[in-house]
Design a protein around this ligand. Sequence first.
Ligand SMILES: Nc1ncnc2c1ncn2[C@@H]1O[C@H](COP(=O)(O)OP(=O)(O)OP(=O)(O)O)[C@@H](O)[C@H]1O
Ligand SMILES: [Mg+2]
Length: 150
Amino acid sequence: MNYSLDDSAAMEACGGALAAACPAAVMIQLHGPLGAGKTTLVRGFLRAVGVTGAIKSPTYTLVEPYAVAGRQFYHFDLYRLEDPEALEMLGFRDYLDAGSVCLIEWPEQAAGLLPAADIDVRIEVTPQGRRVNLAAGTDNGVSLLKSFKF
Ligand SMILES: Nc1ncnc2c1ncn2[C@@H]1O[C@H](COP(=O)(O)OP(=O)(O)OP(=O)(O)O)[C@@H](O)[C@H]1O
Ligand SMILES: [Mg+2]
């Protein structure tokens, strides 16, 4: 599925639509160059599930947890991950197993450690704005994307 998104409001709306399609556990990996709009899409997702405070990328802490309405959300930014062990220390396996929602920027930094994403979001910069591709990587992702409407 491909979408052309002209501004950051459209990017947030796309994240909100993704949240609506993901009522349960899911692991989403976001790919794209610096400044592509990954955090913008995650912000739209988290706003849509009810997060009200500031949402900025956890560039230095690597992960930011949110708890809303009995659900757990983890926003990862692995850009500054230098050592795979640091990821193990974050306990990311527990998060992935615990029925939570994990949104991971710069998953390439942890290549080989992360399992396949349920949903891969790929963002390209275009002259008009951004091109966003959504693809399922697991059976769970296939079934979730069937209800994605945008
Ligand atoms: N569809 C879009 N069209 C134009 N600009 C956009 C779009 N989506 C997001 N932006 C803008 O791009 C800039 C970078 O966005 P953002 O911080 O979300 O990128 P990022 O991929 O998370 O970057 P990083 O790799 O540094 O984490 C922001 O100013 C944002 O408003
Ligand atoms: Mg970011």
